[in-house]
Design a protein around this ligand. Structure first.
Ligand code: ATP
Ligand code: MG
Length: 158
């Protein structure tokens, strides 16, 4: 279905904002105009839920999670940044593999199976996008993904 990604994303973030139990701030940097993309809403919700859950899990007390949507030529770039423990450089590709978890001792207590980002990679790929991570240990992590977008499409909605 066609949805305005900004409205769709805001709705998911609002749900986390209302239920979060941790003192973590949310900041949203979104375009002012609607951005229509064709997506499977259930699957994208699952992807974004996992990325936000991870960001919350690894965020420090009082930290900020920044949500950004950027419109590029033929795609949108969505990013979710936290100020948490980060991922060591040598592991940054592996977090998208099934059952991979950076540090067993560290993550055991935080729960999870290590499937979330592997599923995200599959689903973003199925949408014709890419997903990757940037991180600095001790500073934070940004998960980025793209979705195909046709800016000309907007004219058809008028
Ligand atoms: P699941 O999502 O299945 O409940 P999980 O969260 O451990 O389990 P993924 O979401 O696939 O699995 O993440 C894989 C691993 O990548 C995590 O176990 C963690 O080590 C690391 N990771 C993911 N997101 C972050 C983040 N925001 N900050 C630090 N480490 C992260
Ligand atoms: Mg996860």
């Amino acid at each position: 279905t066609w949805v305005d990604f900004v409205t769709f994303f805001n709705y998911i973030i609002d749900r986390f904002e209302m239920t979060k139990e941790r003192n973590v701030h949310f900041r949203r940097l979104f375009p002012k105009e609607a951005v229509f993309v064709e997506i499977d809403e259930d699957k994208l919700t699952q992807v974004i839920d996992n990325i936000i859950s991870n960001a919350l899990k690894y965020s420090p007390e009082g930290g900020t999670i920044t949500f950004r949507v950027k419109v590029l030529d033929d795609k949108i770039e969505v990013s979710i940044s936290d100020q948490g423990i980060g991922i060591p450089k040598e592991n940054i590709q592996k977090v998208f593999e099934r059952f991979y978890r950076v540090d067993r001792a560290r993550t055991r207590q935080l729960g999870g199976t290590g499937l979330g980002l592997a599923i995200a990679k599959e689903m973003i790929g199925a949408h014709g996008g890419d997903i990757w991570a940037k991180s600095k240990e001790g500073k934070g992590t940004t998960i980025l993904f793209t979705l195909p977008y046709d800016p000309g499409q907007e004219d058809d909605w008028l």
